[in-house]
Design a protein around this ligand. Sequence first.
Ligand code: PHE
Length: 454
Amino acid sequence: MSQESWKSRTGFILAAAGSAIGLANIWRFPYMVGANGGAAFIAVYLLCLLAIGIPVFVSEILIGRSTQCAPRRAMAQLTAHSRLSFIGKWIGAIPVITGFLIASFYSAVAGWILGYLTEALAGRLTVFSNGNQAAVHFAALVANPFWGLLFHGLFIAICTGILLFGVRRGIERGSMIMMPLLYLLLTGFVIKGLTMSGASKGLQFLLTPDWKALTPTAILLALGQSFFTLSLGQGTMITYGSYLGRRQNILADTLPVILMDTLVSIMSAVAVMTIVFSVDLEPTAGEGLIFHTFPMVFSRVAGGYFLAVGFFLLVTLAAVTSEISAMEPLIAHLQQRGWGRKKAAAVCGLGAFTIGIPCALSFSSMKGITLFGMTAFDLMNTFCTSVLVPLGGLIAVLVIGWVWGWKNAGAQLVQGAEDTFNGRPWLKGYFWFCMKFLAPILIVVVFLHALNIL
Ligand code: PHE
């Protein structure tokens, strides 16, 4: 089976940005900023990107590009000449499994977004006169097991459909269409928000730096966010990196991805907060924001129908490009074992659908079935984002810095990027320090915090 590859540099950048830009940017980031110190939180978040986001991101791309292999074989190769050779394959299997599990439960919630897109199209999101009605409408839909399963299945079917076409004709071409559309829609929402009457109140909530709100927990949240939003620790970037040519300039290819992701987070924060405050609503955390507050907004402002359709289309696009990137590592792995693309994609899609069933039903018929007080969805979500994702990221930086060794990794990093590194010894020093020491330490800290040990 010959290795697949990106057709163009832009294709890679848009696909990787598509992976990074997801629900975490549009749904979680705006509220996080508002609740944790505004501009002060943004400043800390940018520092976290420098300390952990960028180094781990570059590490994963580097692992993929250097080995031209999916995560399991990549790790086996890089650890082959070390004392860890006996577990190389196994530590490489972890991110593949993580990506697949994330794809399974992410789809349960992404399915709601798709479901809300159809609600918006049917004109059912512009009829609320108070927030309670919107909440009741949402609760009724979510409590319906058929609704949950239907859209979970449809969402996975759309993503699998794209994946069937392969890297160039599926992921790359899809991203080339979906990402510009996403930016276009988001820009429209930013303009809409900024030109609404109460925009300044929203901007104030968002941007006034409140250094006191920057608690240690807030800082750990920023660290975790910088990690999750870049789709790290789940095999995605290793796999996407493996489709890059060995002489591509890694820095020139990855920095735009990080900038695009950050830009979407900040644009979403501005759009969400200016719009919500303009109609005298309070921003809320979690599902309340998208499924209660926004439909209220659409019911109050002129042109609400089109805003509702545009908004849920925007979030659907973001979710689809992330979901396909979580499924791709397993598909790449199966292909490397000699499976055909179509069979691998179909099996992966069916598998994610099946495993996602209890997650999709966690809000309706299986609500009462819990383990350690958590539903199937909560369990998967917590286990993946708090344990497996940090573990995957940790494995990547430890392999780079300590197992494969900085001498090899550093040489590979510079390959293709000679122009960027020439005359900038600090740049290599920065990656050396972060990949070898700072990022691993910070990941362990986030990990311990997530497990409530810190
Ligand atoms: N970066 C994604 C986001 O912001 C995280 C993710 C990627 C989640 C792939 C699921 C699948 O939502």
